[in-house]
Design a protein around this ligand. Sequence first.
Ligand SMILES: [Zn+2]
Length: 354
Amino acid sequence: MESIKDLIREARAEIQKAPTDRALGDTEVKWLGRKGRLTEILRNLKNLSERERKAQGAEANRARIELEALIRDRRIELRSAAAKTELARERIDVTLPGRALRHGRMHPLTRALDEIRGIFEQLGFSAIDGPEIETEWYNFDALNIPADHPARDMWDTFWLRSNQNLKSKNEKGKSGQKLLLRTHTSPVQVRYMEKHAPPYRIIVPGKVYRYEATDASHDVEFHQVEGLMVDRDISVAHFKHVIRHFFERYFGAKKLSVVLRPSFFPFTEPSFEVMVNCIQCDAKRCAVCKRTGWLEVAGAGMVHPNVFKNAGLNPKGLQGFAFGFGVERLAMLKYKIPDIRLFHSSDPRFLKQF
Ligand SMILES: [Zn+2]
């Protein structure tokens, strides 16, 4: 009897001293486990006389119940202390300045293309796609630029190595046609006219490629928007109105002056360069307009009869205009971007400004 009381005193002290939940677990095993000291006593009861067994048995059971209760209480105590420490350690300081979320933004070119498409769609123009890998026929010949014509030098071309599959699928059936990366979006004019009957009112936004040295205003890869409007009696006056309306909307200018300066393109006759008054200096003469007060913003002209013929149309009674401009150039003018190469730079300092 005495020894059980001593055991309990010893066990109680040990339980109270257990520093952690884990240490308490060890203590529990030591006293109440299968080979524990109290378990040992209970097991040895069978060797005692019946009287002693009853007395000691009752005592040992009370001891077991008491120790179990002590361990349970101590465990709760230790766990809540540990939880408090944990909470204190993980406390969130709501007064610390937050970390800003970095939002993705629309690329300035995507934005420009969307705006351009939107303005022309309101004028009844549909946006059409075409292939970036083109045949020599669509990129040059169909546009009235034969192989020996000096005008071919106007476009520095990336030629592709011949590819048997593409050769055999050539729409014109001209086997052995050379393939290239289109140098302008103009070939889509012919592709579209081949498949659709006039009248036409389309724009062709897309990527074009030029084999040339890059600098602040030239890149090997850029975007162009081609436009085509054809009906029985579409005139230069129609063109001037459409293009002025477009540039006024795009640059957000109340009134722009548009001047057509004579030029040359093999696929239009007459051809002109489209000039608008400088949007930066309002004719006060700045560096952007090279002190002329004018900006060259597009190339255009009346569709050459040969282009209609090459698209399989009878040019008699058909009349219309075609135009083209560089999307990067327009975005550079609008947002005062000094270097065309910034568009492909992926520099977040540049991109986050839009
Ligand atoms: Zn200017």
